[in-house]
Ligand binder design. Structure first.
Ligand SMILES: CC(C)(COP(=O)(O)OP(=O)(O)OC[C@H]1O[C@@H](n2cnc3c(N)ncnc32)[C@H](O)[C@@H]1OP(=O)(O)O)[C@@H](O)C(=O)NCCC(=O)NCCS
Length: 117
């Protein structure tokens, strides 16, 4: 399995001063999903090398139920890029998405080759 899914109901403590979901909190959840997805694909011990093309298209409100999905978008010799989408229940298109890239590393933290099936 290489995909990962998490569903959450937004709570008051997760809102910012504008009363919408704080972007930094959402990024933490997205990084967690992407990290698990990358390890399912590349094996344990990966490290974040880049977070790109993150777009917040619309606010997420208190009480919204969101689904965060991570899917492998592409992989290279040592890296894997995961597309993370965040969709509010009742909507078709993702409200937020981004690309999270991880490098598989050895015990010394050096890039290691990802085994190909
Ligand atoms: C990640 C790290 C091990 C890579 O080491 P490196 O010697 O620079 O590795 P390379 O240049 O050989 O690149 C390794 C892979 O990363 C990819 N890569 C490098 N920079 C990238 C970037 N900005 N975005 C996407 N991919 C990137 C390369 O294309 C390569 O992929 P491939 O092997 O699949 O073709 C090293 O940069 C590092 O330790 N960074 C700190 C990581 C860290 O602390 N993360 C936590 C942040 S809180």
């Amino acid at each position: 399995m290489t995909g990962t899914v998490m569903t959450r109901a937004i709570q008051p403590r997760e809102l910012n001063q504008k009363d919408v979901l704080a972007g930094g909190i959402l990024m933490t959840w997205m990084d967690e999903i992407a990290g698990i997805t990358s390890q399912r694909f590349a094996g344990p011990h990966v490290t974040t090398v880049g977070i790109n093309d993150v777009v917040f298209r619309e606010p997420i409100n208190n009480g919204d139920v969101i689904t965060i999905r991570g899917e492998v978008e592409k992989s290279g010799r040592t890296s894997v890029t995961v597309r993370v989408t965040v969709t509010i229940d009742g909507k078709d298109a993702p409200s937020v998405e981004g690309l999270f890239t991880y490098v598989a590393v050895d015990d010394e933290g050096r890039p290691r080759q990802i085994k190909q099936d």
